[in-house]
Design a protein around this ligand. Structure first.
Ligand SMILES: *Cc1c(COP(=O)(O)O)cnc(C)c1O
Length: 422
């Protein structure tokens, strides 16, 4: 992003150069609190922007359909071996282009079209690929769901068990995009065994916490575990599939040639770099700080009488019911954006509003923790968050908040080594 590399883009394509620069500055001037985002290291950026993008390598290491893959094979094997070590997995496929592809490939490998999958209700935190009717998952498979308790807004494993006994699913899916509590994978495993179902975990959001050993580990209990690499794991945009060795052949076939052609080997190299970083002891500290920061933020919000769904968090994210401020998620997200607090509107459990203008805002601490923010900033941001929603019509007050946000940003420069061009 600096030096000669950027100057080439500047000369060849000034329009894209401007986009890159503006995006860097947008990140620098705001607080990234979208729970699914993070900032990768410069080493990950460099691998992702490397000559490996030039290569075709359909197939798997030592079994390619093209020549010239002797170095590519080393990178892909490093990615596989490091992921195995990081998560303690028997089998890993590092080729899935994204989390949605990883889930699709897993379903195709292990299920027949039309089979029943029991997953978390999308309104209560499940992902699009967990059976949404506009997504391939909802069209190709029969999804049924379990949800959170109406009172506690937490999962009740007795209800999951009851639903599993009723639905007799071929596969039980544990995973979410918007749930702030830990999952009890052992209890999921007992239920899956009782009804004879395959157990799959989708840890797209929490992979960094699992890798950092600050979240219960799904690997010992699950037949298959999918994850993105770009959320709390802090790697390039992409995904991996981990499984018991017995499923390896089926999953390999489903990924290539089943769903994908040539793997993105520059991204696979970047995944390898990410796994190496996550194997370093400092990543454990990072993962713990992500959770600590989420708790500090939750406490600050609760001190301002904000409605934190389920009353707090055990992971990197928080879901806040903003109904009491008399606004919907759409205007809340836009106003927060305006003061430099980047979040996303989100449905809350039992939401009475629509997905386009729901009652919730979802926030996470993975990116801000990477940037170096800690307890004091979390307390301040909790206050600024509520102040913004309370003063949605007060331009003067919003301007003050924006200045406060800018001050925090300036204290924690993002990619400080990159040229600071405006
Ligand atoms: C983000 C996410 C995905 C999908 O990832 P993409 O890379 O955007 O396709 C899948 N499952 C869950 C639970 C997620 O949160």
């Amino acid at each position: 992003m600096n030096g000669r590399f950027m100057s080439d883009i500047m000369n060849v394509d000034p329009e894209i150069y401007t986009v890159l620069l503006n995006e860097l500055n947008r990140g620098r001037d705001g607080l990234e609190m979208i729970a699914s985002e993070n900032y990768v290291s410069k080493a990950v950026l460099q691998a992702a922007g490397s000559v490996l993008t030039n290569k075709y390598s359909e197939g798997y290491p030592s079994k390619r359909y093209y020549g010239g893959n002797e170095f590519i094979d080393i990178a892909e094997n490093l990615a596989i071996d490091r992921a195995k070590q990081l998560f303690g997995a028997e089998y890993v496929n590092v080729q899935p282009h994204a989390g949605s592809q990883a889930n699709m490939e897993t379903y195709f490998a292990l299920l027949n079209l039309g089979d029943t999958i029991l997953g978390m209700s999308l309104d209560h935190g499940g992902h699009l690929t967990h059976g949404h009717k506009v997504n391939f998952s909802g069209q190709f498979y029969k999804f049924s769901s379990y949800g959170v308790d109406p009172e506690t807004k937490m999962l009740d494993m007795d209800v999951v068990r009851k639903r599993a006994l009723e639905e007799k699913p071929k596969l039980i899916l544990a995973g979410f995009s918007a749930y702030s509590r830990t999952l009890d994978f052992k209890a999921f495993k007992e239920i899956a065994d009782e009804v004879g179902a395959i157990l799959m975990a989708d840890i797209a959001h929490i992979a960094g916490l699992v890798a950092g050993k600050v979240h219960p580990d799904p690997i010992p209990y699950c037949d298959v575990v999918t994850t993105t690499t770009h959320k709390t794991l802090r790697g390039p945009r992409g995904a991996i599939i981990m499984a018991k060795e017995a499923h390896g052949t089926a999953i390999n076939k489903a990924v290539f040639p089943g769903m994908q052609g040539g793997p993105l080997e520059h991204i696979i190299a970047a995944k390898a770099v990410c796994f190496k970083e996550a194997l370093d002891p400092s990543f454990k500290e990072y993962a713990q700080k992500v959770i600590n920061n989420a708790k500090f933020l939750a406490d600050s919000l609760l001190d301002q009488d904000a409605e934190v769904i389920s009353g707090g968090t055990d992971n990197h994210l928080l879901l806040i019911d903003i109904s009491k401020y008399g606004i919907g998620g759409k205007i809340a997200e836009k106003t927060l954006d305006g003061v430099g607090i980047f979040t996303n509107k989100n449905m809350i459990p039992f939401d009475q509003r629509t997905p386009f203008d729901p009652s919730g805002i979802r926030i996470g601490t993975a990116a801000l923790t990477t940037r170096g923010l800690g307890k004091n900033e979390m307390i301040e941001i909790g206050e600024l968050f509520v102040q913004t929603l309370v003063n949605i019509e007060n331009k003067e007050k919003l301007q003050k908040i924006k200045e406060n946000v800018a001050e925090i940003c300036n204290n924690y420069p993002l990619y400080p080594e990159f040229e600071y061009l405006k």
